[in-house]
Design a protein around this ligand. Sequence first.
Ligand SMILES: *Cc1c(COP(=O)(O)O)cnc(C)c1O
Length: 350
Amino acid sequence: MAYTIPEKLKKLEIYEPVTEAYDIRLDANESFQNLPDDIRRDVLKAVEQVEFNRYPDPFAVKLCEKFGHFFQVKPELLTAGNGSDELISLIVPNFLESGDTMLVALPDFSMYTFYAQMNHIRVEALQKAEDMVTSAEDILKRAEEKNARLLIFSNPCNPTSLKLSRDDIIKIIEGTDALVIVDEAYMDFAEGSVLDVIEKYNNLIVLKTCSKALGLAAIRLGFAAAGRELTDILHALKSPYNVNSLTQAVGCAILDHPDYIKNCIRSIRKSRDELYQELLELKDRKADILNLYPTTTNFIFMKVKDAALVFEEMKKKSISIRYMNGYLRVTAGRKMENDAVIRVLDELLR
Ligand SMILES: *Cc1c(COP(=O)(O)O)cnc(C)c1O
């Protein structure tokens, strides 16, 4: 007798984000704003009161109340997760049977496909054209052709930074009997959320994260918002204590400062707009910038000649951005950081 490792586990690749030290980190779409001292004090106070010997609240009730209040969602329709990544890993395999088809439009967030492949789910990929635009019609047509049972996409999209309009998303939800997962990780930087219609459709789950606009990537916190029926299922599916007490305490402490959060969002949008303007100007002078996509997120996506080389050269200057298959993705940072990116690109590109 000998144990053999399942085939699907043999070719697994470890997710390796940037962990080296760089002076400028614009590779993970994090917020450039760390907590200010006064809010940090509230956070520490909240942590001090944690009952470390007790299991966390399994449904993170207080946290859902505060998050729901900020985003105007009924708290009882929220499911908190250990990052929205956990929720994706929960939804994709469990809402599909082995052999079912899930539809994605690529490029998009890589984790959707990862969790599908791990669970013998067929992935049907609609490949976006050079303009990176998709339409409700294309998505619905392909979903029907392939009998997709689940459609999942980020809106606005990571990495393209484009979005489908709210009308288009609603057209998709209404035009299919598949489950539709709309990952709104970046909707805080844009308009067109469908959070307010979760009760109207029994085939919609909206995902939110605290890792981007709220600047809380460290605490791992995300939410799924859906109607009653789907929420009951999510509550039953999730592992009982998925969001730890420290994260719940910190999340509550920050959501008690809605003005701070709104300010953060404003400054990120401002930085994003400034970076985009500067890149537009650079594009006028640099033929090497082949395509600069409009942005509705906290990052900019562009096609650059010899992108891999540019990416490596930037690393040598201690600037970390994201390279993806011929494209570059740059998170909006502090003014100094944006300036450094522009300066180095100006040097490197012709
Ligand atoms: C960053 C990101 C998330 C967030 O994941 P967390 O696990 O909540 O940090 C989710 N979806 C997309 C598309 C993202 O870019």
